[in-house]
Each structure stands twice: as structure tokens, then as C-alpha cells.
Design a protein. Structure first.
Length: 344
């Protein structure tokens, strides 16, 4: 049997044999809201934003020593505008799988290994100044959750972990040819204070809406985060993408964090280089400070500024931040944000 089919079949067979005993269930959530002054270099306005706020349920069920079934259902909650069911509870990481001495296998809809390179090195995730303003701009789409996903993660061996994530059809509905399949993979080294992740992703599409053949969209990311000492942390990021908007693009970033007791200071600088024959380079600077009030609540202030070349229109409040600006080519957007994050 093809290995791509063997893994999910094994998971489903074992789930069907679950003993009737209680599972460990945990309800959790995050309420992240902010007050933002957003400026698109033409107009400026005051906004209230809910930034990837979420609720979820996690379940763990021990099958036998060294083997358990796990499941998670998570949804976005819009605390700023509400909305009907389709808007209010958009699905986030949701899956069912098995975890044990041989690793982790999951089926569902959840972050790719490629996306986690950015999320684990980003000092401003879901805030203004989120790295996705640069690395996911201009049509580059490497921060995804695969639809119809199958994921396997190896056990940690000599501080290395391998992740393989396949989508049988990264689109809605059924398929007869798997022309929209995709694969994302990474190798992670994590020892003591050093984290290094190298990832590769390929998103296939046989033809465009006009029926013309197109090349697969691919990306490479390298990210590292290093705890220099009890106070300082350093993060570095590199990305090379191909065939998104029919062009190749390089982006990179650096982040720095400083811990001073209950206060944390952070700064990061991201740049996307110009593509062939276009003035579409952009840079972004983000600065922030937050204060913890116990393990579950912190308040922060963040400032971010993006400078766009003549043909570039990269944002400053995109990514996991809900309120986004519309940017004209060549404009330099800016944002100041005061927010709170409560986790439970």
C-alpha cells in the first residue's frame, strides 16, 4: 500500500478500537485585542482589532503505554466585529491523530512545517509589525494551513526532528486527479538555547483558470532563534520563493528580544528584495514593549513602519492582525498599537 494512504488508514483503524474510558479534555483560548492608530500614508484612523483570538478543545486518550490518540478543534473568535457563524468561527488548527514512541501522525487542517519557521522566529506575531507583512506580501503564500492534510513527525533523535506534511487536495471539495496537491517539509534542530529550522514547500497546480500549464509554486525557509543569555534573544530568518505571481523573490529578517523581569522589549527588521526589472523592494521596522501581569495576561505597545519602493505596496498591519490597511504603491504605512493578550 502506498505510504501516503497507509498512514491515515492505520490512524483510523486504531481509532475504531478505542476502549470506552475517559479521555483527558482541556478547554483553552486566547483573547488578543488592541487599540490601533493606522496610517496608510494618505489617511489615518483609530481602530479596535481582534487579532487571531481563538477558542479550542484538546483531547488526549491513552490507548496503551507509549501510544495515545490526540485531537484538537480550534476556531477563530472575532471579538471586535462579531458576525454570523461563518465569519465568527473560522477553523484554525483542527485534527485527529496518534502520538507515541514512533512519532506523531495527524489528519486534518493545521499549520504547515513551512509556516512554523516564521511563527517560531517572529517577535511580533499577530501584532502590527508581524513578519508576514513582508514575507507573505506580493502574493507569496507560504504561511498556510493545508486542507486535507496528512502529517508525520519523527521522534526527537540527537536533537533533530523531521516533519512531512502532505495535502491530497489543497482546495475545497473532492478530487479525481490530485492536481492541487502540496507538500511541506522541515528538519528542526533544537538543543538547549538554540533552535534552527530548514523547510521546503511545493504547491502544485497543473493549470491556471484559463487552462494554461503553470509551474509549481515553491519556497525555502531557514530560521533560527538563539537565547544568548537570560536577558537576550536573537532570531534570523531567510526566505526564497519561486513562481508566486510568476516571479522569484527573496526576503530576510532579524529580530532581537530583551527580558527585564516583567517587561520584554523587542525589535525586528524585515526586507524583501526587488524582483527582476521592478522597483518593488520594501523594508519594515517594528519596535515593542510588553509587561506581564502573571502567566496569563500581558499588555503591550508596538510601533511599526513599512517603507515601499515605487511599485511596492507591502503592509504594516497584515498577517495575524485583523484590521488591515489598503496600501497604494509607493506609500509608507505606519501603525501604533496598544493591546492585551489573555490566555486561558
Amino acid at each position: 500500500m502506498n505510504l501516503l494512504y497507509a498512514a491515515p488508514v492505520t490512524v483510523l483503524l486504531l481509532l475504531a478500537q478505542l476502549p470506552l474510558q475517559a479521555a483527558d479534555t482541556a478547554f483553552y483560548g486566547k483573547a488578543h485585542v488592541s487599540l490601533d492608530q493606522l496610517d496608510n500614508d494618505i489617511d489615518s484612523g483609530f481602530n479596535i482589532s481582534s487579532n487571531s483570538s481563538r477558542i479550542g478543545v484538546k483531547v488526549s486518550h491513552q490507548l496503551q503505554p507509549g501510544l495515545k490518540v490526540i485531537s484538537q478543534i480550534e476556531a477563530t473568535v472575532k471579538l471586535d466585529e462579531g458576525g454570523d457563524g461563518s465569519e465568527f468561527f473560522n477553523t484554525r488548527d483542527s485534527y485527529v491523530g496518534l502520538q507515541g514512541r514512533y512519532g506523531l501522525a495527524r489528519l486534518g487542517y493545521f499549520d504547515t512545517p513551512m509556516k512554523k519557521v516564521r511563527s517560531r522566529t517572529d517577535f511580533f506575531s499577530d501584532k502590527v509589525g508581524d513578519a508576514r507583512n513582508i514575507v507573505a506580501g506580493a502574493g507569496v503564500s507560504l504561511d498556510k494551513r493545508f486542507r486535507n492534510g496528512i502529517h508525520y513527525q519523527t521522534p526527537k533523535l540527537q536533537n533533530f526532528i523531521l516533519d512531512l506534511h502532505y495535502s491530497a487536495n489543497d482546495a475545497t471539495g473532492s478530487t479525481t486527479d490530485n492536481e492541487n496537491d502540496a507538500i511541506s517539509s522541515s528538519i528542526t534542530y533544537h538543543a538547549a538555547d538554540l533552535l534552527v529550522i530548514l523547510a521546503y514547500e511545493q504547491q502544485n497546480q497543473i493549470s491556471n483558470p484559463q487552462g494554461q500549464p503553470v509551474s509549481a509554486k515553491t519556497g525555502i525557509r531557514l530560521g533560527t532563534r538563539y537565547k544568548v543569555n537570560e536577558a537576550w534573544q536573537l532570531a534570523l530568518f531567510y526566505q526564497r520563493s519561486s513562481n508566486f505571481n510568476d516571479t522569484d523573490r527573496t526576503a530576510w529578517g532579524v529580530g532581537l528580544g530583551y527580558n527585564a523581569g516583567d517587561y520584554n522589549l523587542a525589535a525586528q527588521y524585515y526586507l524583501t528584495e526587488q524582483t527582476a526589472n521592478r522597483q518593488d523592494k520594501a523594508t519594515m521596522l517594528a519596535l515593542g514593549i510588553d509587561k506581564s501581569l502573571g502567566p496569563s495576561l500581558n499588555f503591550y505597545m508596538a510601533f511599526a513602519l513599512t517603507h515601499n519602493a515605487e511599485q511596492a505596496n507591502f503592509n504594516v498591519s497584515a498577517g495575524g492582525h485583523n484590521k488591515r490597511l489598503v496600501i497604494s504603491p509607493g506609500a509608507d504605512p505606519m501603525a501604533i498599537s496598544i493591546g492585551s493578550i489573555y490566555t486561558f
